[in-house]
Design a protein around this ligand. Structure first.
Ligand code: FO1
Length: 310
């Protein structure tokens, strides 16, 4: 079994590549739920949905979230009724949140609800939320304390970030299956996601870091930072808020001591010696996934980096 730690858009692409180079049933994906929010009375899990939609071949390519070809009539009608619409739920995407909320209200765990949704989408990989308990990323910013979506979508990631916390993490338990999967994994792949707001919440769930330290499986991460900047999103601002340089070296520092290999972009060849000094083996690859072939190539490079046949 290959265990992957995944956040939003970057992870969705890499996992789509992985599902094409190996049997998707071999994948157990630990998904970030720190971005989750209650919207229009519905439980929305953006990072779980981006991964599920990508693996179902239905992720909207232009947005990187939501369903390809979706419409937004309901959102526009909510606006006509004076409701909030800064977070856009598409009409078909809405069904996912309606069904998830119905299952949760019926007593199902988030893990169980996710199994129902991924099975209905025809996703063969196993997608687990990092926890069935609520964990929410919150940011102390120049616009006050904000939930992740308030920061990222409503405030357009423009506010200054001073601190990032994972509310509820201390009381959260790893979702069922995660710790045994880490113990038995052939390899663990940390996707090219935001290290502080996608991977950070997963690591904040008690037991998961220890599982990564204890596993006999090689742990490989794909750097979301190329040159001195993130491939996409506000990871650079978050690293700076933590006083860390915006560099792949910070990824190695944040994932120490359990990281074995870091896949970095060819443009970052010069970081090799500094990574070796940190006890992390650098592997060079093209990490900008501009099309399906690039997703497959990077996924193959990540597997090869830990000597695994696709
Ligand atoms: N991102 C936006 O920039 N604007 C939106 O209105 C928006 C809505 C949305 C709805 C469902 C969903 O699954 C994701 C959505 N996202 C939107 C993306 C979301 O903010 C990010 O995918 C993650 O939270 C970042 O990892």
């Amino acid at each position: 079994m290959l265990v992957a730690l995944a956040g939003g858009t970057g992870a969705a692409k890499l996992l789509r590549g992985l599902a094409r180079v190996t049997d998707p049933a071999r994948l157990l994906i630990i998904g970030n739920t720190g971005d989750d929010l209650d919207w229009w009375g519905l439980h929305v899990s953006p990072d779980l949905d981006s991964v599920a939609y990508a693996l179902a071949g239905r992720l909207d390519p232009a947005r990187g979230w939501g369903l390809e070809g979706d419409t937004f009539h309901c959102r526009d009608a909510v606006a006509d009724l004076g409701g909030e619409t800064w977070f856009s739920l598409g009409d078909r995407d809405l069904a996912t949140h309606v069904r998830r909320t119905e299952l949760l209200r019926g007593g199902a765990t988030l893990s169980a609800a996710t199994r129902v949704l991924t099975a209905a989408l025809g996703v063969a990989a196993r997608l687990c939320p990092m926890s069935d308990d609520p964990v929410r990323t919150r940011l102390r910013t120049s616009a006050g304390w904000l939930g992740f979506q308030e920061y990222f979508v409503r405030e357009k990631a423009e506010a200054e970030v001073y601190e990032i916390v994972y509310e509820g993490a201390a009381a959260a338990r790893p979702a069922p299956g995660i710790l045994p999967a880490l113990a038995e994994a052939e390899a663990v792949i940390v996707c090219c996601s935001n290290p502080l707001t996608s991977i950070g919440p997963i690591l904040a769930v008690p037991g998961i870091r220890a599982g990564l330290e204890r596993t006999g499986a090689p742990v490989v991460a794909v750097s979301p930072i190329v040159g001195g900047a993130p491939v996409s999103g506000p990871a650079g601002k978050f690293l700076a808020a933590r006083g860390l340089p915006v560099s792949a070296l910070s990824i190695a520092d944040l994932y120490a001591p359990w990281l074995d290999v870091l896949v970095i972009d060819r443009r970052d060849t010069g970081l090799g010696p500094d990574l070796e000094r940190r006890g992390v083996r650098p592997v060079l690859a093209e990490t900008l996934m501009t099309d399906g072939a690039a997703e497959v190539a990077l996924a193959g490079a990540a597997l090869a980096a830990v000597d695994l046949e696709p």
